[in-house]
Design a protein around this ligand. Structure first.
Ligand SMILES: [Zn+2]
Ligand SMILES: [Zn+2]
Length: 209
């Protein structure tokens, strides 16, 4: 996982000589500006001091890999999402989900794009988490969980460049468009074989996500 440094500036606001005012510490600069304006209107001397910068290493948004992941809350408390909440990044994600732009695949994971040969499974076998599989109907399931009816797979070249199915050099590589995929190209250049078939040289690739 990639980490990015974030710096938070905190401000402490005091009203010297006014015991009724509890000193306030905040990282919201708009709140400071508003408080200063209010104090000036009221004829009070608000003292704002800058607290030392708080620098933290935060997990980076898996999408833009530039901003810290957003924090959200549910019944279990605070948790970190997979993405940041910057408007620019959100818009890029939306356009990609709608198929308007293809996000460069090297941006999506921390590991380089890997070409993975799928293992043949039967639909009745149940899920194989962490393994790229293809079933008897040639439906691919990526190790990230993506399937063709969800985010889908795109024809690509070995370097990850997306091409059309009629591209002369395309010969069966599928770029996984799964959100959160560490960057997998599914290699369907040769028919996949059942892992449990006697004598089958199928290699099961298990990836830690
Ligand atoms: Zn982002
Ligand atoms: Zn995937």
């Amino acid at each position: 996982m990639k980490y990015v440094a974030t710096a938070t500036r905190r401000y402490r606001m005091e009203l010297p000589g006014h015991d009724w005012f509890e000193p306030v510490t905040t990282d919201n600069v708009h709140r400071v500006v508003n408080a200063r304006r209010t104090a000036r209107i009221a004829g009070l001397q608000l003292v704002v001091s800058l607290l030392p910068l708080q620098v933290e290493e935060m997990p980076a948004c898996y999408w833009c890999r530039a901003r810290p992941r957003a924090v959200e809350y549910d019944c279990d408390g605070a948790y970190r999402t997979a993405t940041c909440d910057s408007a620019q990044c959100r818009e890029a994600r939306r356009l990609t989900y709608e198929g308007i732009i293809a996000h460069p695949s090297y941006h999506r994971g921390d590991q380089a794009l890997r070409i993975v040969k799928p293992v043949r499974v039967r639909t009745t076998d149940g899920p194989r988490p962490g393994v790229v599989t293809v079933d008897e109907y040639e439906d691919i399931t990526c190790l990230c969980g993506n399937i063709s009816s969800y985010a889908g797979f795109h024809e690509c070249l070995p370097g990850g460049a997306l091409v059309g199915p009629d591209h002369p050099e395309w010969n069966g590589l599928w770029w996984c468009a799964g959100v959160g995929c560490p960057g997998v190209i599914v290699d369907c250049r040769e028919p996949a074989v059942y892992a449990d078939e006697p004598g089958a040289p199928a290699k099961v690739v298990v990836t830690e996500l």
